[in-house]
Design a protein around this ligand. Sequence first.
Ligand SMILES: Nc1ncnc2c1ncn2[C@@H]1O[C@H](COP(=O)(O)OP(=O)(O)OP(=O)(O)O)[C@@H](O)[C@H]1O
Length: 279
Amino acid sequence: MSGAENAYELHQVSFAYESEQSVLDGITLSIPSGSWVSLVGPNGCGKSTLAKLLGGLLAANAGEVVVEGTVLNRETIHQIRPRIGMVFQNPDNQFIGSTVEEDIAFGLEGRCLPREEMIHRVRKYGDKLKIGHLLSKHPSELSGGQKQRVAVAAILAMEPGIVIFDEASSMLDEKACGELLDIIKEMKQSGEYTIVSITHDAEEIMYSDRAIVLLDGGVAADLSPEDLFHDDALLQSCRLIAPYRIQLVRELAKLGVQVPPLQRDEEVTEALWQLHLNK
Ligand SMILES: Nc1ncnc2c1ncn2[C@@H]1O[C@H](COP(=O)(O)OP(=O)(O)OP(=O)(O)O)[C@@H](O)[C@H]1O
């Protein structure tokens, strides 16, 4: 990690595409280094635009984006950009090489790393993402979930301190979604990354440290997943549905059965069993 207290500090950041109306208007927020933040909000509220500003792919029209203590601008972008990796929605669009190995190596070649270091990183991150056995495969031989794991391996091989996921699981099936979530959990646990994830996946949001809610070009709320999933008005504005487990805990509370929020499935099951026994 960089040693900076905050991976991001945004001060009054605004952005508009060309002559159009502002998409983001006066965004102020901070994201501590090593944290996992979910960026949520309804379609078109500016989440991807904010992700591109955080990734240095777009420049703010007004305000300041500070990355790990350094203000992002034309002079600093070359120093800051390698610290940030971005994983997008469509795994097909992110596959550049003709094999998995080439794909992971592609970004490393751009960094002019010694050949031995490149080979080491391809193997290391191939193994970490459980695609070590697929290194010689062509993209057409891979599932969507496997391609997305290759995309993540290619990003992590460049050893960024910040990784931004822009709806990275939205085109994956349930199993692949779960696998991607496990990868993000491992990344968080390693303490090596600051993670920003744009997502509509309630299960994923639940595991993050915080949710930042974007509405009408501004930050409407910055709160714990637990608080988000107990705020019906906010959930409705974001078009989010609380995970089944949370819904169940809330319904149990209405019946007078208290289960501490965000508990594991087994504890919810136990509460249900107790309710049954006391009937
Ligand atoms: N390249 C562009 N040029 C002009 N307008 C754009 C461009 N990209 C996005 N927009 C507009 O900016 C607004 C915010 O878009 P953005 O993709 O950031 O929202 P989002 O919250 O990520 O949406 P979604 O959840 O649907 O992906 C939308 O009105 C969109 O039409």
